[in-house]
Design a protein around this ligand. Structure first.
Ligand code: FAD
Length: 295
């Protein structure tokens, strides 16, 4: 099933993101996590591709297939194009098709830190174009409410986003952010530009100190004072930081749903406990909202 159709049916889509286990550990190590994530009833689960090192790229297809076949949850396979060539990408797309995966998150991937990328692709729109020409996948793409790290300006980034969407993107998933007002400003600008596909808000519950450095490295996201206060106050109290991080994410989600967001994409960091607590807090609200549309 194409994920696009879930957006047609529901007022608010709720999805989760996981990363595959490292190549040197059995794939079964993630089964318990998936079991618990399935129980919180996500609309789909996405699987990252090589994010944070690339050692387990081959597992994206395998894990997406397990999510779909074993756990009966729709899957979205991430795929990056930088440093890749057409032949390799065609092989991956064929493998995904053979495993009955219907949806791909088309990404550029991060540029290598040293030297130029070696491959046929420089930007995600080229991958979108390629997938659209060659296959029949549902296609999602990334967007950045605060602008992508490399961009000159948010307006410029949105110009390129429009180009990417016009090549055949069904819907967008946003980079994590901690200040909803930035997401709303972005959404207004995107709408003004004539981009009218659904946008899922990417929410990262910050539950430990290690994550903070990684977030800055990945996104340079703005930390509002009230969020910074939580980090400062509880940095040496892991359980308090976890609980405050969950509460902060819940507050963000409630505000987003009340502001008619199309969907929530939770970066789970493979932590089903945190995902479950968040779903327990907002699940009934999502059911009420979706009940309204379906009924
Ligand atoms: P693009 O859309 O190509 O944009 C990249 C940059 O190029 C932007 O600055 C943009 O403004 C600029 N640009 C775009 N088009 C043009 C053009 N025509 N001319 C000039 N400049 C242009 N990375 C992974 O490695 N694996 C993952 O699984 C993964 N999952 C992700 C999931 C989400 C939801 C998000 C938000 C990001 C994810 N990433 C992942 C990170 C992503 O690969 C990086 O952010 C990457 O640097 C940009 O990818 P993109 O697809 O947004 O690129």
């Amino acid at each position: 099933m194409k994920i696009k159709s879930i957006f047609d049916e529901k007022e608010v889509v709720f999805s989760l993101e996981v990363f595959p286990p490292r190549a040197d550990v059995p794939i079964e190590n993630i089964y318990q996590t998936l079991e618990e994530l399935k129980d919180i009833d996500p609309d789909y689960i996405s699987v990252t591709y090589g994010a944070g090192g690339g050692v387990h790229k081959n597992r994206t297809c395998e894990l997406s297939s397990i999510i779909k076949e074993k756990y009966k949850v729709e899957a979205l396979a991430h795929l990056t194009c930088i440093n890749s060539d057409q032949r390799t990408l065609n092989k991956i797309l064929a493998r995904l098709k053979a495993k009955n995966i219907d949806n791909v998150l088309a990404l550029r991937g991060d540029k290598p830190v040293d030297g130029d990328p070696l491959g046929d692709y420089n930007y995600a729109y080229q991958l979108v174009e390629h997938i659209k020409q060659q296959t029949n996948f549902g296609i999602a793409a990334a967007c950045y409410p605060e602008g992508h790290l490399e961009t000159e300006s948010l307006d410029q980034d949105i110009e390129y986003l429009k180009q990417k969407v016009d090549y055949g993107v069904d819907y967008l998933i946003s980079q994590m952010f901690f200040d909803n007002s930035l997401f709303y400003k972005f959404r207004d600008k995107v709408e003004e530009k004539g981009i009218n596909v659904p946008i899922e808000a990417g929410i990262m519950p910050v539950i430990n100190k290690k994550q903070v450095g990684r977030i800055i490295e990945l996104s340079d996201a703005y930390f509002p004072d009230k969020f910074q206060k939580i980090l400062d106050k509880y940095e040496d109290n892991p359980e308090a930081l976890r609980d405050a991080g969950i509460a902060y994410a819940v507050e963000q989600i409630v505000d987003l749903i009340s502001s008619e967001v199309d969907g929530i994409h939770l970066y789970t960091m493979n932590n089903p406990y945190v995902a479950r607590r968040i779903k327990e807090a907002v699940g009934s609200l999502i059911t009420h909202i979706n009940g309204k549309k379906v009924g």
